[in-house]
Design a protein around this ligand. Structure first.
Ligand SMILES: C[S@@+](CC[C@H](N)C(=O)[O-])C[C@H]1O[C@@H](n2cnc3c(N)ncnc32)[C@H](O)[C@@H]1O
Length: 263
C-alpha cells in the first residue's frame, strides 16, 4: 500500500533506482518511478549504501514496487505446448520431474504446473521463486478469489477437476499440496544449483528488468537446467547468444532447450 504522501523528485530517486537495478535488476522505468513515489515513506528511510534483499527496509520496498499480476494457466496456449510436447520429453522414469516457476508472484503458475503434471500422471516437484514476501505468503496459502474478472478463464474444463471451487474461492486439491514449495529468491542469484531443473518458466518477469539483468537472469536459469531441459519465456523475451540454448522446435516462440541430452 501507499506509504508517505510527500512528492519525491525524480532526481532524488536516482540513487534508489541505481540500487534497485544492481540489487535485483529492476529497470528504472516510469512504472517503477511511480511506485517509488507512492512509497515515499519507505524510500525516505532506505540505507542507500548498504543492505541486500533481506534488509527489512529494502525487503519492504521490494514488496511495494514489484508487480504481481498473474493467473492460473496464464498464456494457456504455451501451457498446452508444455503439456503436449515439453513435459513428455523431460519426464524420466524413476525420478520426479523438477519444475520451477521463476518469478511466481502469488503462485498460480506453480499450481498450474502441478495441475498439468498430475493430470498427465507424471510425478513432479514444483518450486516457486519470488522476491515479494506477501506474494509468497499468498502462494503458500494457495487460496484464491474466483473474481471477477474470472480467475479461471484460461483453465480448461478438465483441469478444473484438480481445483476445489466453492463460495467464490478456489484452491488446488489437497493431493497437489505436497508437490509444490515456494522460496524467496532473487533471480539474479537463484541458488538452484547446476543442472537441477527439468523445466523453468520465467514469464512476464524479464519485462520489468534492465537488459543486462535480463541476460544475467536467463544465464542463471539456463545453467540451472539439465541438458535437454526447457526454459519457457514470454513471447517477446529472447536469451542472449552463447549460453547453450536453442529453440525447442522450429517456429515455436518462447520455449528454449538447453543443449546436450539429445532431442
Ligand atoms: C508479473 S509477475 C509474473 C508472474 C507469473 N510468472 C506469470 O507469468 O503470471 C512478476 C514477478 O516477478 C517477480 N520478480 C521481479 N524481479 C525479480 C527478481 N529479481 N527476483 C525474483 N523475483 C522477481 C516480482 O516480484 C513479481 O512477482
Amino acid at each position: 500500500m501507499t506509504e508517505g504522501a510527500g512528492a519525491v523528485a525524480a532526481t532524488a530517486l536516482g540513487p534508489v533506482l541505481e540500487r534497485l537495478e544492481s540489487l535485483v535488476g529492476l529497470a528504472p522505468n516510469d512504472v517503477l518511478v511511480n511506485r517509488l513515489r507512492r512509497a515515499a515513506g519507505l524510500v525516505a528511510r532506505l540505507p542507500l549504501d548498504h543492505g541486500g534483499i533481506d534488509h527489512p527496509d529494502w525487503a519492504a520496498l521490494l514488496d511495494a514496487v514489484t508487480v504481481q499480476e498473474t493467473r492460473m494457466f496464464r498464456a494457456a496456449a504455451q501451457v498446452e505446448v508444455f503439456r503436449a510436447a515439453v513435459l513428455p520429453a523431460i519426464a524420466r522414469p524413476g525420478r520426479p520431474v523438477s519444475l520451477v516457476s521463476a518469478g511466481c508472484a502469488t503462485g498460480e503458475e506453480a499450481w498450474t504446473l502441478a495441475v498439468v503434471a498430475a493430470r498427465a500422471g507424471i510425478e513432479a516437484r514444483v518450486l516457486g521463486l519470488d522476491l515479494s514476501r506477501p506474494a509468497l505468503e499468498a502462494a503458500v496459502a494457495g487460496r484464491y478469489h474466483l473474481g471477477p474478472p474470472d480467475a479461471l478463464r484460461e483453465v480448461p474444463a478438465a483441469d478444473r477437476a484438480l481445483l476445489d471451487i466453492a463460495g467464490g474461492w478456489f484452491e488446488p486439491v489437497a493431493a497437489l499440496r505436497p508437490m509444490v514449495a515456494f522460496r524467496r529468491a532473487n533471480l539474479l542469484r537463484p541458488d538452484l544449483g547446476p543442472a537441477a531443473a527439468d523445466a523453468i518458466l520465467c514469464r512476464n518477469v524479464l519485462f520489468y528488468l534492465s537488459q543486462p539483468a535480463r541476460d544475467a537472469v536467463v544465464g542463471q536459469l539456463a545453467s540451472a537446467l539439465r541438458p535437454g531441459g526447457a526454459l519457457l519465456l514470454g513471447p517477446t523475451d529472447s536469451p542472449p547468444p552463447g549460453i547453450g540454448l536453442r529453440p525447442w522446435a522450429p517456429g515455436l516462440v518462447g520455449i528454449w532447450r538447453r543443449e546436450g541430452g539429445g532431442g
